[in-house]
Ligand binder design. Structure first.
Ligand SMILES: *[C@@H]1O[C@H](CO)[C@@H](O)[C@H](O)[C@H]1NC(C)=O
Ligand SMILES: *[C@@H]1O[C@H](CO)[C@@H](O)[C@H](O)[C@H]1NC(C)=O
Ligand SMILES: *[C@@H]1O[C@H](CO)[C@@H](O)[C@H](O)[C@H]1NC(C)=O
Ligand SMILES: *[C@@H]1O[C@H](CO)[C@@H](O)[C@H](O)[C@H]1NC(C)=O
Ligand SMILES: *[C@@H]1O[C@H](CO)[C@@H](O)[C@H](O)[C@H]1NC(C)=O
Ligand SMILES: *[C@@H]1O[C@H](CO)[C@@H](O)[C@H](O)[C@H]1NC(C)=O
Length: 453
C-alpha cells in the first residue's frame, strides 16, 4: 500500500530534521564514553551532498517498475521500519535494503569519530549505493548502468577537497552496498546491460572497501556483512528475555523451510526439499514420530512473492518451534533467513559453502560452522538421492541442544541493535561493531600493503 504523497513528504522532512539535529547530541554521548580507547579506530564521515543520500530517500515513492517497490514505508526509525506492534520494543518491519540508512545512523553514534580526515584510520562514505541503483536497474537510466557511482567518484576526486581521496588513493574509504555483489558487477562495455550495474567493476572504486550482503566468490573490494533482520533490541533486559525465550522454546518440528520456489520441474535443491517435505507428512503417523519426540518432521512456510518480508511473525514463530532451518540457495546463494534462523535458535542447514561460510567470515568464524550448523552438499541431495530428513533425524537431541547453545551465544554478533540503545547492551559487540572492526583491520592491512610497494 502506497501512502499518499503528502504523508510521504512529511515523513521525509521529519527524517531530514532528525538527521540534521543528530550530530550535537551524539557528540555529547560519545564524551561520556570514557573507557573507549580510540587508538587506531578513528573514523571520519565524509560530508556528501544530499543527492548521495537523503534525496534518494525523498524519492522513495518513485516506482520505476512493477518489481521495484516503493520503499517509503521502511524508512521510519532510521531504516528499521515501523514496530511490528504498538507494544513491541525490539521487533520491526525491517527491509534489508535500508541497511545503508541504518548503518549511517549507527555511524553517527560511533564513539571515535573525528572531524579531521587526515587523523582518521578510515573514512566512511554515507552514499546509499543500492538505493541509488534502482533508477539504473529498473528506471530511466537502464542504458547507463555502467555509470552507477561515477558521479560519486567525480565528486570525491575532483570537486570536494581532492586531497582527502589522494592521501591514500581511496584505500582508506569504505561504504555500504546493501545488496548482492552479483547485482553490481555487470562487466563494463555491456551496453545495454544484461542485468545489474557496474559499480563493483569500475576501476575507480577498486580501492574502496565495500560492505555488501553477499560477495562474489573471488572478490577484491567487497566483504559480506549480515542482512538486517527484524530484531533490534534497545537494551540488555529485552535482549536477555529474547535469549531466554529462544533457549526454552519447545522444538516440536524437526525441520523447517521458510521461502518460496521449488515448484519448477527442473532438478534443484529447493524442489528436492519440497518433495521431501510433502512426502514426510505421509509417514508422520507411524511410530517413528513418537520415538523422536517431534510431532512433525517438516514444516513449510510459504513465503513466495515476498509475503513474509515485512511480517517477521510469519516465520519467527515457526522457527522458534523447529530444530533445523533449511537454507537452500535461491537466485543467489545467501538468504536473510539464515540470520532469522540464528536469532530463533533454529540450526541452519546449508547446501553450499557460498551460502554463509565463504561469506561472513568476520561475523561467523569459518572454522566454527560445525558447532552451529549442518552442511549437506546440494549435489548429493539433487543427484545422489541423499535425504535431508534422514540425516537430520539421525542427529541426537543432545547434539542439537549443544548447537543451539552455540547459536544463542552468537546472536549478538549477527543482530543490529537499535540506535541509541542502552550502555549495557553496547557492551555486547553487534553486527555493526564487528563490521567496523573488520573494516578498520582490512584498511590497515591495505595501507600497509600499499606502503610496502
Ligand atoms: C529523484 O527523482 C527525480 C525524478 O525522477 C530525478 O530527476 C532525480 O534525479 C532523483 N533524485 C535522486 C537523488 O535520485
Ligand atoms: C496503536 O497506536 C496507534 C497510534 O497511537 C493507535 O491508533 C492504535 O489504535 C494502536 N493499536 C493498538 C492495538 O493499540
Ligand atoms: C535502452 O536502449 C535500447 C536500444 O539500445 C532501447 O530500445 C531502450 O528503450 C532503452 N531503454 C531506456 C530505458 O532508455
Ligand atoms: C588505487 O590504488 C593504486 C595504488 O595502490 C593506485 O595506483 C590507483 O590510482 C588507485 N586508484 C584510484 C582510482 O585512485
Ligand atoms: C517418499 O517416500 C517414499 C516412501 O517412504 C520413499 O520411497 C521416497 O524416496 C520418498 N521420496 C522423497 C522425495 O523423499
Ligand atoms: C494421521 O492420522 C490422523 C488421525 O489418526 C488423520 O486424521 C490424518 O489424516 C493422518 N495423516 C496422514 C497424512 O495420513
Amino acid at each position: 500500500m502506497t501512502p499518499p504523497a503528502t504523508i510521504t513528504t512529511t515523513t521525509t522532512s521529519i527524517l531530514l530534521l532528525l538527521f540534521l539535529t543528530l550530530f550535537p547530541s551524539v557528540t555529547l554521548q560519545q564524551q561520556s564514553d570514557l573507557d573507549s580507547d580510540c587508538t587506531n579506530r578513528w573514523i571520519h564521515i565524509r560530508h556528501l551532498p544530499s543527492r548521495f543520500n537523503l534525496d534518494i530517500l525523498t524519492n522513495c515513492s518513485a516506482t520505476y517498475h512493477p518489481f521495484s517497490d516503493d520503499f517509503c514505508p521502511y524508512i521510519s526509525n532510521h531504516g528499521l521500519g515501523t514496530k511490528t506492534h504498538n507494544q513491541s520494543h525490539s521487533w520491526f518491519r525491517t527491509d534489508p535494503s535500508l541497511l545503508e540508512l541504518f548503518f549511517h545512523r549507527r555511524m553517527l553514534e560511533y564513539p571515535c569519530l573525528t572531524a579531521d580526515p587526515s587523523a582518521a584510520d578510515a573514512i566512511y562514505l554515507p552514499y546509499y549505493a543500492a538505493l541509488d541503483s534502482l533508477h539504473y536497474l529498473y528506471g530511466p537510466d537502464y542504458n547507463s548502468s555502467s555509470q552507477h557511482g561515477l558521479h560519486l567518484y567525480n565528486f570525491l576526486r575532483y570537486h570536494d577537497s581532492p586531497e582527502i581521496w589522494l592521501n591514500n588513493q581511496g584505500h582508506d574509504h569504505f561504504l555500504v552496498l546493501a545488496g548482492s555483489a552479483w547485482d553490481f558487477s555487470q562487466p563494463l562495455g555491456n551496453d545495454p546491460p544484461l542485468w545489474g550495474t557496474s559499480f563493483l567493476e569500475l576501476p575507480e572504486f577498486f580501492n574502496i572497501t565495500t560492505l555488501t550482503l553477499e560477495s562474489r566468490a573471488y572478490s577484491w573490494q567487497e566483504q559480506s556483512i549480515p542482512y538486517l533482520t527484524s530484531f533490534h533490541p534497545p537494551n540488555l533486559a529485552l535482549f536477555d528475555s529474547w535469549a531466554k525465550r529462544v533457549r526454552r522454546s519447545r522444538r516440536t518440528t524437526l525441520m523447517l523451510f521458510a521461502g518460496g520456489g521449488g515448484i519448477s520441474s527442473t532438478p534443484n535443491v529447493r524442489r528436492s526439499i519440497r518433495l521431501e517435505c510433502d512426502n514426510s507428512s505421509k509417514i508422520e503417523n507411524t511410530t517413528q514420530k513418537t520415538n523422536n519426540q517431534y510431532s512433525k518432521f517438516c514444516e513449510f512456510v510459504d513465503c513466495s512473492n515476498g509475503i513474509c518480508e515485512h511480517d517477521p511473525i510469519k516465520f519467527m514463530k515457526p522457527m522458534l518451534h523447529s530444530s533445523f532451518c533449511l537454507q537452500p540457495p535461491g537466485d543467489t546463494p545467501t538468504r536473510r533467513s539464515t540470520f532469522d534462523s540464528i536469532l530463533a535458535g533454529c540450526i541452519p542447514v546449508f547446501f553450499e559453502e557460498l551460502s554463509a561460510r565463504k561469506q561472513y567470515g568476520w561475523h561467523l568464524p569459518e572454522d566454527e560452522y560445525h558447532e552451529f550448523s549442518v552442511m549437506i552438499p546440494k549435489e548429493e541431495v539433487v543427484f545422489k538421492g541423499v535425504k535431508v530428513l534422514e540425516i537430520l533425524k539421525g542427529i541426537p537431541r543432545s547434539v542439537t541442544r549443544k548447537m543451539r547453545d552455540k547459536l544463542i551465544e552468537m546472536i549478538p554478533r549477527i543482530m543490529y541493535r537499535k540506535h541509541g540503545s542502552s550502555l549495557g547492551l553496547r557492551t555486547k559487540k553487534d553486527a555493526f561493531d564487528i563490521a567496523i572492526e573488520g573494516t578498520l583491520q582490512r584498511i590497515k592491512a591495505r595501507l600497509d600493503d600499499v606502503a610496502d610497494k
